[in-house]
Design a binder for this molecule. Structure first.
Ligand code: HEC
Ligand code: HEC
Ligand code: HEC
Length: 443
């Protein structure tokens, strides 16, 4: 931990020099924003164009704008939601059309600039927790549709609390350096939206556009460097985000049951798929938002995802018969875990459990959590469960954080691993569970 902050400090020193340079250079290239620059352009969104509104609504669903920008369900898009980053807490801002506290006074070009370059209307730089490094790839037409959609929402008066970031991340102008290195601005496209998916190729192109642009899947699924920027060479190789592991999206063919196009589409659209675990943690909110996306776009994303797959690793699927691993794991722990499992989990998870008829609940053996190299998501699942949500079909699992001790949870995990997976035993103890308990997370 210590080592990490020292390295971080060193790279930041280098960065701050670069930032100063970039900020100076930046103000030469792009003169500082003055409010008169856009005086002639007043916000006159086409709020009556239903096709455009629908187009914007679809993109907002794909971009999960409402997920990050809503703290209080009765005030969608009003911001205030705290986002935990390795550098501290950032609050999302109010993007309702309220003129004082939201973006009601923003022109389309103000909005476009924020989406493409991460610059707010008054000229301050926005943190890349706002996924503008992805939104920058959206077409002008799509950004305009989003703008019109947001402007048609209810205005809410609300101002986000101040961010709580550690120094030097609290210094906004440093973002200029970050952008210099890590923002790869999109091409300003004035033309039409990409072609409708008709052929397989068109679907691939559309899927890539959506996944890299508005859907910003890599923001969670790609490993990041010390400054929180995605490592482009390792795209979609998995990352830890908000206390959960966002698994690699390049090894979907190595799952116990290789993912099919239809399973992926179903998972993205509903959070469920035959033969795979349900979406939980931060992925759940993503799928809840994607429920409102068009079927054609979901299909296009599934098609593109499948094109990213590495050849299946048979070793991950075949039982290596090294189930002798259990010998290494403490049989006592597994025994304790088995007792706890039959008391607390079997009603839902045992084969032929009466509750397996409730929704589609595949065997735990098919999910990524118990087969993953890292026990994180299995532990996270036991601690947090899956909260109920009246708006979706039943997938509820109680959290057991308050029911079980750290030792009991570690025993349960050891039992799950030995029973439902042929992968080598996890080495984990109470301290690992305690660490996850304390981590910020998203139930
Ligand atoms: C992962 C979380 C996240 C998602 C998803 C997200 N935003 Fe944001 N957004 C933020 C945060 C955090 C900020 C504030 C950044 C700051 O203050 O530096 C922000 C700021 C903004 C701003 C600048 C507002 C201002 O007051 O300066 C706009 C505009 C915006 N977002 C639009 C959108 C749109 C449109 C979408 C969906 C296409 C979206 N955001 C999706 C986190 C998110
Ligand atoms: C806010 C972070 C976040 C975003 C954005 C996100 N994911 Fe995820 N994703 C996760 C996490 C965390 C998990 C693991 C949760 C679980 O297994 O229940 C996950 C799981 C998945 C899985 C299941 C993988 C498996 O092996 O079981 C797929 C498929 C997936 N995501 C695809 C996507 C796609 C496609 C997008 C973009 C449309 C996306 N994700 C955007 C965080 C995210
Ligand atoms: C009320 C029913 C219920 C109970 C009780 C329950 N679960 Fe679950 N569990 C679910 C549902 C629903 C899911 C999501 C569907 C899925 O992924 O299989 C789930 C998913 C999981 C997963 C993730 C599977 C994956 O790879 O995505 C794990 C691990 C898990 N449960 C472990 C446990 C353990 C351990 C217990 C007991 C301490 C338990 N569950 C108790 C309903 C339940």
């Amino acid at each position: 931990m210590k080592k990490r902050s020292i390295r971080l400090a060193a790279s930041l020193c280098a960065l701050s020099c670069a930032a100063f340079f970039a900020a100076t250079l930046g103000s030469l290239v792009h003169p500082p924003f003055t409010s008169t620059a856009n005086a002639a352009e007043t916000p006159t969104p086409l709020l009556t164009d239903t096709a455009l509104l629908q187009h914007g609504a679809n993109l907002a669903a794909i971009g999960d704008c409402v997920v990050c920008h809503t703290a209080n369900r009765s005030a969608p898009f009003a911001g205030d939601r705290p986002l935990d980053t390795p550098f501290g807490t950032i609050y999302s801002t109010n993007i309702t059309p309220d003129r004082k506290t939201g973006i009601g006074d923003w022109t389309l070009s103000d909005f476009t600039r924020s989406m493409r370059r991460g610059v707010a209307r008054d000229g301050h730089l926005l943190y890349p927790a706002f996924p503008y490094p992805h939104f920058t790839h959206m077409t002008d037409t799509d950004i305009a549709a989003l703008y019109v959609y947001l402007m048609s929402r209810d205005a809410v008066q609300s101002t986000a609390p101040a961010n709580r970031l550690t120094f030097p991340f609290s210094v906004r102008p440093l973002i200029a350096a970050w952008n210099l290195f890590f923002l790869h601005p999109g091409v300003e496209v004035n033309g039409e939206a990409p072609a409708e998916p008709a052929t397989h190729d068109a679907q691939l192109i559309r899927g890539k556009y959506l996944i890299d642009g508005p859907a910003h899947c890599a923001a969670c699924h790609t490993p990041t460097n010390l400054l929180g920027a995605e490592k482009r060479g390792d795209a979609f190789d998995g990352n830890v985000i908000e206390g959960w592991e966002a698994p690699a999206l390049t090894t979907l063919l190595s799952a116990p049951e290789p993912w099919t196009h239809d399973q992926l589409a179903a998972y993205l659209r509903t959070g469920f798929a035959d033969q795979h675990g349900a979406a939980a943690g931060p992925m759940r909110a993503v799928t809840q938002s994607l429920t409102n996306a068009s079927d054609a776009d979901i299909d296009a994303m599934a098609t593109y995802l499948l094109s990213l797959q590495k050849p299946a690793e048979t070793s991950r699927r075949e039982s290596s018969k090294a189930t002798q691993q259990t010998a290494q794991a403490n049989m006592n722990n597994i025994g304790n875990g088995a007792t706890l499992f039959s008391a607390a989990c079997a009603s839902c998870h045992a084969t032929n459990a009466p509750m397996t008829t409730l929704g589609s609940r595949p065997s735990l053996a098919l999910g990524t959590a118990v087969n993953a190299h890292d026990p994180r998501n299995a532990l996270r699942m036991i601690l947090d469960g899956i909260p109920t949500d009246r708006s979706t079909r039943a997938a509820f699992m109680p959290g057991f954080a308050d029911t079980f001790t750290n030792a009991q949870i570690a025993d349960l995990a050891a039992y799950l691993r030995s029973t439902f997976s042929s992968q080598p035993a996890w080495t984990l103890d109470e301290a690992d569970v305690e660490r996850l308990r304390k981590e910020s997370h998203e139930p």
